[in-house]
Design a protein around this ligand. Structure first.
Ligand SMILES: Nc1ncnc2c1ncn2[C@@H]1O[C@H](COP(=O)(O)OP(=O)(O)OP(=O)(O)O)[C@@H](O)[C@H]1O
Length: 567
């Protein structure tokens, strides 16, 4: 049953599927790989000396180098203008590219047009599997590297990934370039196996086949493409062996199996394989050891200054003419009724949205003029009003991504198994363990973020935000939806972070928590600052009482510290 041809096609199918996996892992849907493979195959086949001149293996190696360079260069050229596209728009743009390549190659003399180009057969099953092993190794080592985790974070939640300091554009382009190189590799191997290549070998059907193989295999684990290709290639073989030959039955059964996988295993076949979590030892104490930590400003130093900051949506003044200063070591509460503009204000502070007018300088960066990841790099970290965890990653992995800015890149060193990469990984794991321990979630390190209780998810967001060793921590309604016990534990946690000297900006409707935790409170109403002062001043302010504290929105229950235990 397992003929040489079958074995070779399993390997080739898996390599092509890896070129899709390379971008799916970062949440990108591209169909341009067929175009990269085609360009690489025809260029390499026409430029490479014949095996009779240089020998078979050298000829194949030269062709592979040419193909991978052509594939990755084409990916960079296509990626630069298209990397801002998402989902189906990227798929259409890349498909248009693949189709343009097909038509171009079909109409060139040097490619042999529709007749195709003959290429010496050099590839053996052994070589195909050896190359597949190298490709699989690349992606296996990528998975647990800082780079690999950043790609997964982008797939799970792009905005949160940016807020963790990940340069999303650069990472997406890198993933796309890898896809181009692997597709180029596939194109060359295909050419040196099938003897005659034609533009149709790399048409729409090929692109869809590659994508389906990658999706069936799954894009959350490096074994996915291999499983997908095995499934796609071997199912017809098994059917043949069982005598299920009659015309339409074979493709029908194969398609039905495909449908079953997509319906019942949305994560692909790889989701059947358990993802192994390497647990760090329980750690306490400060999270810095072993990582490149920042130097924080001295207490009292100016961290952020907002001058006349405004944000307008159509006719709605979400934030209007806000002047505010934040100083190092302060814990500032930001309160106000629903729709007062609190989230809009912190979104501007963390660089997520640009102001309509006014100036905001935060830790030396002019927010709104620099990308979000640069604001994060300057030392701003945050949680979100509506949880934005990386849901399919474990609690530990979420926090490891949070430590992106303070941990060292490990991928290339991991490829070479350098001890320094292992040391850096252990340091990052220790750091993440400390952050989890700090919020009381160490025991749940291996749990998927999406499986945690609501209160634990909110604390995990705080652990993830702490992992970047921020200078300014913004907490957007961290107690929303929590019960009294959870809110009290959170209040204790914020109190202890503040006691450590962290500068905190806290948005919260639980006024009891704000009054007991903050040094200073700023009250917003209809986008404007209506009061600023100490908790006592704010609690006694008639305007604030009328606009907010007297209303049903403010949760003015005092925080009973005896009820909850310290995490
Ligand atoms: N993207 C947007 N497009 C249009 N209007 C918006 C947008 N974001 C916010 N707004 C409007 O701006 C105003 C301020 O909203 P924002 O979410 O900042 O208030 P908030 O104080 O955080 O409220 P809550 O306490 O309910 O979270 C609201 O009127 C809201 O409808």
């Amino acid at each position: 049953m397992l003929t040489d041809a079958t074995l070779t096609f399993v390997a080739l199918g898996a390599i092509f599927a890896y070129s899709f996996y390379a971008v799916l892992v970062a949440g990108q849907l591209s169909l341009g790989q067929a175009g990269f493979a085609s360009l690489a195959a025809f260029t390499a086949a026409s430029l490479t000396p014949r095996p009779s001149e240089v020998g078979e293996i050298p000829a194949l190696l030269i062709a592979i180098v040419i193909g991978m360079v052509v594939g990755s260069a084409a990916a960079v050229v296509l990626g630069l203008p298209t990397m801002h596209l998402r989902g189906v728009f990227l798929a259409i743009a890349t498909l248009a590219f693949a189709e343009a390549v097909r038509i171009l190659i079909l109409n060139q003399e040097w490619t042999g047009g529709a007749q195709g180009m003959s290429v010496p057969k050099v590839l053996t099953p052994g070589i195909a599997w050896a190359v597949l092993a190298v490709v699989a190794y690349w992606f296996a080592r990528m998975g647990r590297s800082r780079y690999g985790r950043a790609l997964e974070a982008i797939r799970e939640d792009e905005l949160a990934a940016r807020a963790m300091g990940i340069d999303v554009g650069r990472h997406r382009l890198a993933a796309f370039t890898t896809a181009g190189a692997v597709a180029g590799l596939y194109g060359v191997l295909w050419a040196y196996y099938v003897r005659l290549i034609a533009p149709e070998d790399f048409g729409f059907t090929a692109a869809i086949d590659g994508l389906v193989t990658a999706v069936v295999g799954g894009s959350t684990m490096f074994v996915g493409p291999l499983l997908g290709s095995g499934f796609q290639t071997l199912i017809p073989e098994i059917q043949r062996a069982l005598g299920v030959e009659a015309g339409w039955i074979r493709p029908f059964v194969a398609s039905a199996l495909l449908l079953i996988i997509i319906l019942f295993l949305p994560g692909g076949l790889a989701s059947l394989v358990r993802r192994r979590i390497r647990m760090p030892r329980r750690r306490t104490g400060t999270p810095e050891q072993g990582l490149q930590t920042r130097s924080h400003p001295a207490p009292g130093e100016l961290l952020a200054s907002l001058e006349g900051l405004s944000k307008e949506y159509g006719g709605v003044h979400a934030v209007e003419n806000v002047d505010l200063e934040l100083r190092s070591g302060e814990v500032v509460g930001l309160i106000g009724p629903n729709g007062a503009g609190k989230t809009t204000l912190v979104n501007m502070l963390s660089g997520l949205i640009p102001p309509t007018s006014g100036l905001a300088t935060v830790l030396g960066t002019q927010v709104g003029r620099v990308p979000v990841h640069r604001v994060a790099k300057a030392g701003v970290s945050r949680t979100f009003q509506h949880s934005k965890l990386f849901n399919r990653l474990s609690a530990l992995e979420n926090v490891l991504v949070g430590g992106h800015l303070v941990s060292r890149p490990t991928f290339l060193r991991r490829l070479l198994w350098l001890p320094s990469a292992r040391r850096d990984e252990l340091a990052a794991l220790d750091h993440a363990a400390r952050c989890l321990e700090r919020v009381g979630l160490y025991d749940l390190a291996g749990s998927r973020a999406s499986s945690l209780s609501y209160g634990d998810q909110r604390r995990l967001e705080i652990a993830r935000a702490l992992a970047s060793d921020p200078t300014l921590l913004i907490l957007d309604e961290p107690a929303a939806g929590m019960n009294h016990v959870e809110a009290n534990r959170l209040s204790d946690l914020i109190g202890s972070l503040a006691a450590d000297g962290l500068t905190i900006l806290l948005i919260e409707h639980n006024v009891g928590m704000v009054l007991s935790t903050c040094d200073r409170i700023v009250v917003l109403n209809f986008g404007k600052v209506i009061a600023t002062g100490t908790p006592d001043e704010i609690a006694a302010d008639a305007t604030v009482i009328e606009a907010y504290l007297g209303s049903a929105e403010a949760d003015t229950r005092p925080t009973d510290r005896t009820e909850g235990s310290h995490p």
